[in-house]
Every structure is written in structure tokens, then in C-alpha cells.
Write a protein that binds this ligand. Structure first.
Ligand code: SF4
Length: 167
């Protein structure tokens, strides 16, 4: 039997307790895709050296740039470049045919993440830095945001895209 195609999945969706609060966000529909594909868990925040539990990080708009910051008692730490480099290396190392990423995360979220504006207001139109870097470097890679897995049509469309990817 041919090898299954490889899909990277936000590790919290596969039951790994890697969220900032030490919890997971298991999604059984996504887990069940192991019937068709090899699922590669990835938690970009853990991979850039943040532990569990950890301070929450968030997206901040600074001029034309979106930055990924920890804002804690001791000031802010900018993780943007570190996350971008990690995403770039991740794509180089793995021969992926798709990716499923947890929505709303400032790292993994595709297009519905909270983003703080210079005015102090917040909107929900940001893209997480890991997801944004992958989408910039591999725009053709099939990508599914986790909440869309609940919609059969979206899930089937993603499965078909992965099956066709690379042919
Ligand atoms: S959303 Fe992404 S960064 Fe956050 S815990 Fe899940 S895998 Fe890690």
C-alpha cells in the first residue's frame, strides 16, 4: 500500500496538552483523518521554546506590520521573527500535502484572530504568524481552519485538495 500523504495538524487538536493553559482542544473529526493521511502534530509555540503553562501571546498591529508579542509584567517580548523562521524551517523539513490549523490562535489561526490595533481597539481579522508565514511561502498548500472541519462540504473539499496535491 502506498504511503499516506503527510498533513501537519495543530497539536492541541490531536489531544496534546500544549495550550497556554495546559489544556488540549481535541477534535475527533480531525483525528479521524488518520484513516486517509499521516497526521503530524505541531505546536509552533512549544517549538519556539515557550513552555506549558505560558503567558498568553497576542497579535499587535504596529504601523503596517503585525507583531506577535508576549506582554507580561516584565514588558513585552517580540516573537515574530522567531516564529517566521520556525515556520520556514518546518516547511523545508517536511514534505507536506496539507495543513489543519487551530482557529483564533495568534500563531496558528488562519484569518480570524484577535489583533490589537494602535488605537487600543481590537478586531478579529488577524492571521497568526505561523499560518501567515506558511501561506506566504506555500500558497498552494491545502489549508483548513479547524472550525471548518465541522462542515462536511469544507472537510470533503480539503480531503480532495490534499489527495490531488502534487499531481
Ligand atoms: S493553537 Fe497552535 S500554538 Fe496554540 S496550542 Fe494549539 S498548536 Fe500550539
Amino acid at each position: 500500500m502506498a504511503n499516506k500523504k503527510l498533513i501537519a495538524v495543530s497539536a492541541c487538536l490531536l489531544g496534546y496538552k500544549v495550550r497556554y493553559d495546559g489544556e488540549h482542544q481535541t477534535n475527533e473529526k480531525i483525528q479521524s483523518l488518520s484513516e486517509f493521511f499521516e497526521l503530524l502534530p505541531v505546536c509552533p509555540e512549544m517549538e519556539i521554546g515557550l513552555g506549558v503553562p505560558r503567558e498568553k501571546i497576542a497579535l499587535y498591529q504596529q504601523g503596517l506590520m503585525t507583531r506577535l508579542l508576549i506582554c507580561g509584567d516584565k514588558g513585552s517580548i517580540d516573537l515574530t521573527e522567531k516564529m517566521q523562521v520556525y515556520a520556514q524551517n518546518f516547511l523545508k523539513v517536511h514534505n507536506l500535502a496539507g495543513m489543519i490549523l487551530k482557529d483564533k490562535s495568534p500563531s496558528c489561526g488562519v484569518d480570524n484572530c484577535k489583533q490589537w490595533l494602535a488605537t487600543g481597539e481590537v478586531n478579529s481579522t488577524g492571521t497568526g504568524i505561523f499560518a501567515a508565514t506558511v501561506m506566504r511561502l506555500a500558497p498552494e498548500l491545502p489549508m483548513l481552519q479547524s472550525h471548518l472541519a465541522e462542515q462536511q462540504s469544507e472537510l470533503h473539499a480539503f480531503i480532495n485538495q490534499v489527495k490531488c496535491y502534487g499531481y
